[in-house]
Write a protein that binds this ligand. Sequence first.
Ligand code: 5GP
Length: 125
Amino acid sequence: MSVDPTKPYDSENIFAKILRGEIPCNKVYEDEWSLAFHDINPQADVHILVIPKGDYVSWDDFSAKASAEEIAGFVRAVGHVAREQGLVVRGYRLLGNVGRNGGQEVPHLHVHLFGGGPLGPMLAR
Ligand code: 5GP
């Protein structure tokens, strides 16, 4: 079911459980602000999810309410992971789904980081 980004944060969502260590993940990076791990159902050769550690439903929530430190920490983490994974020279794609039209399924902000080969058209229509 799609996420309603106007609803309050649900601390029982799957990424909250991953952050609390209740569910395992294939971690690629962690720092004070963010966690990055491989998507369980990869849509590209490289498909990593980067999430902030704070309780934010979506990009909408995060961009409105997060502190400058949280935003900077998260953005830097996304860039760091892309560099660390060797994706910069050949390029990569970031995707953030918000709500129903965006197809967001997990109600904790996440950025998809895709790479490892040509990624095709921006949107399948
Ligand atoms: P959304 O559609 O919300 O932007 O993307 C959610 C993503 O989370 C999907 O790509 C899905 O494969 C991934 N996902 C869902 N549950 C899990 C999980 O338990 N572990 C991991 N690593 N990824 C998950």
